[in-house]
Design a protein around this ligand. Sequence first.
Ligand SMILES: *Cc1c(COP(=O)(O)O)cnc(C)c1O
Length: 456
Amino acid sequence: MAENKIPYKIYLNEDEMPKAWYNLRADMKNKPAPLLNPGTGKPMTKEELAPVFCEELVEQELDDTTPYIDIPEEIRSFYKMYRPSPLVRAYCLEEKLQTPAKIYYKFEGNNTSGSHKLNSAIAQAYYAKKQGLKGVTTETGAGQWGTALSMACSYLDLDCKVYMVKVSYEQKPFRREVMRTYGASVVPSPSETTEVGKKILAEHPGTTGSLGCAISEAVEVATKNPGYRYVLGSVLNQVLLHQSVIGLETKIALDKYGIKPDMIIGCAGGGSNLGGLIAPFMGEKLRGEADYRIIAVEPASCPSFTRGKYAYDFCDTGMICPLAKMYTLGSSFIPSANHAGGLRFHGMSSTLSQLYADGLMEATSVEQTEVFEAAEQFARVEGILPAPESAHAIRVAINEALKCKENGEEKTIVFGLTGTGYFDLVAYQKYNDGEMSDYIPTDEEIAESLARLPRV
Ligand SMILES: *Cc1c(COP(=O)(O)O)cnc(C)c1O
């Protein structure tokens, strides 16, 4: 197809939208390591996971053989409110960079939660409702997941209790109000409302919290209240499964125009948007049908892939959750409060960790100031004010496009633009005032945290 026929935005029709999620694990020769019971050291069974997670989500979590799982009709109709999301050809950015590279981005920020998180929130809330539960508990870092879950719960008439990392609770009061508008209750974490919160506060007085702390609190509340279960917005296999809708739509849109990407780039916090975006492409790679460069981008302040260790670790600070084998900085690692983006989790999806260990994808880390430079450049030419998380992917996409310019290569780059940055204006303000710092943990700090990994 001639180059000039490719529109700025490639949309799909409703009937072209995926009818099933794609479970990447089915095509992996080396399966992601199972979750372990920290007490027995044995793989978690359905029965052991059932008090924490919804039944059907446990099935999805443990299923590493079924390649396609139907998207229930109720979820598909909710998706239709804000999907398909556009795949945008970044003509203006290409022009600005004077690069021969062709740049595309899949934009997930077109909903009130402002991110891709709604794709999994509606699925998790749907299965909770189907099981007849009263409500769900969760943690939220930057606030996008809590917002997405509040939206899904209010739609399905479920109660929603959100433990929000204290630093975000204080920095992002407006995010909190969106959640409350959708009927969620929002508690700053660590809090005095749980045993584990009290313990963390006693050990680290004045802490601004971390996702790991908030997870511990939310799990405790879910397991102590009948009719409640815990839901998580990233990291887990089930979340990557739901997020595969991003990659499937991207693939359908690219195929329409016969476009083959050379590289696919995404930011990585817990790995859900990246895992979803790359799913069908990685599937082709695993089956030997195609090859792509796949690049995970993480912040230099929380570098799980690039400086962490591939080992079993707790997902939470309170050490009450199952153990997951993943690239981790250690569950006691608390990233600097300076860091503006929501990519602050100490570990990484076990699916992506296995793919990375097997050399099937790359990872790189970038510093905060260069991320905001990229965000500013992108906003000025493409119109969208990106979330700081998303801007990690923009930074590396721009770097790669500039390399193409140097080498005269016409590569095709696809990156995930996971969300918008309207609630991140304190960070933008710091950047605009020249007060942004690039905090990078020392080797000693990381070693100290890794020394406390559980022995398995
Ligand atoms: C949560 C979030 C991320 C990071 O989470 P992943 O699970 O790694 O995708 C990235 N971008 C935005 C906008 C987010 O809300």
